[in-house]
Design a protein around this ligand. Structure first.
Ligand code: NAD
Length: 271
């Protein structure tokens, strides 16, 4: 069997937002290894995004960096136009860019609220809308996939777990959940699949204070029945599967990749 036979996304064109670090980086690299060409979107960190491109190219796929703020419509439109120009198609879009701006609720500023909503929710709306426009125009590219396109929203366990001190973040991820399901319902007849991955605690820069000291790690384990933190590559593997025809009958679903964090760990010892 040739090595390429394992490349289940061969010939597909993917875009990953916020792909210069953490989960987005791991997803972009995993998609590239699975045979997809990848647009590596970054907000600010061009240098790190360049390293992700090099890694994808090393696995035999094409990639380029596109710096764009996903909360800005003109920048998102320009990014997709460039993708079409450079790769000729859009098959997979992963809405990963996200931020936390935490504050006790009575001290939360409008700026903190707007920034989180702007990137985590409006950004996912803008990229999803642009993806659907491209998928509709293209139709099904039978040579690469049974679907006309796949959107994967990176949500969070906080699409269902309330989170004190992080009201803006939890509200944005709850919004992602119903946005994802509503888009999925609307575009399913077009053979466009829309799903989410809801990570639990994954070792990335966004939550460094929760895992970088032994005390913090021990505290974190009280929330994780599986008793270990997740790694970005584990989200990458889930994304490859959700983007592939192996999951062709799945749409409107949230896949929790969380070591059981959503299993009410407070009841572990019987409640
Ligand atoms: P991260 O901080 O490493 O990644 C976030 C990325 O988004 C960064 O690369 C950042 O540059 C980019 N970004 C921020 N604003 C942007 C903008 N306006 N336009 C484009 N890109 C922008 O953290 P991460 O943990 O890898 O987070 C990735 C996603 O996973 C986020 O949506 C986050 O909410 C979600 N998530 C993470 C965890 C976790 O435990 N790490 C858990 C649940 C959900």
């Amino acid at each position: 069997m040739k090595t390429d036979d394992y490349k289940i996304l061969k010939g597909q064109k993917a875009l990953v937002s916020g792909a210069s670090s953490g989960i987005g980086r791991a997803i972009a690299i995993a998609l590239g290894r699975a045979g997809a060409d990848v647009v590596v979107n970054c907000g600010r960190n061009r240098a790190e995004a360049g390293k992700v491109v090099a890694e994808i190219e090393g696995s035999g796929s094409r990639a380029f960096v596109f710096q764009a703020d996903v909360s800005q419509e003109d920048q998102v439109l320009a990014m997709f136009a460039r993708m079409k120009e450079q790769f000729g198609a859009v098959d997979i879009v992963v809405n990963n860019a996200g931020v936390q701006k935490d504050a006790p609720f009575d001290q939360m500023t409008v700026e903190q609220w707007d920034q989180v909503m702007g990137i985590n929710l409006r950004g996912q709306f803008l990229c999803s809308r642009e993806a659907v426009r491209h998928f509709r125009r293209q139709g099904i590219r039978e040579e690469v996939s049974r679907a006309a396109g796949k959107i994967i929203c990176i949500s969070s366990v906080h699409e269902v777990i309330p989170w004190a001190g992080h009201v803006n973040y939890a509200a944005s991820k709850g919004g992602v959940m119903l946005m994802m399901k509503s888009i999925a319902q609307e575009v399913a007849p077009l053979r466009i699949r829309v799903n989410s991955i809801a990570p639990g605690a994954i070792r990335t820069p966004i939550n460094k204070e929760a895992w970088s000291t032994p005390e913090a790690y021990r505290d974190l384990m009280r929330l994780i029945p599986y008793k270990r933190i997740g790694e970005p590559e584990e989200i990458g593997r889930a994304a490859v599967w959700l983007a592939s025809d192996d999951s062709d009958y799945i749409t409107g679903a949230t896949i929790f990749v969380d070591g059981g964090m959503t299993l009410y760990p407070g009841f572990e010892a019987g409640g």
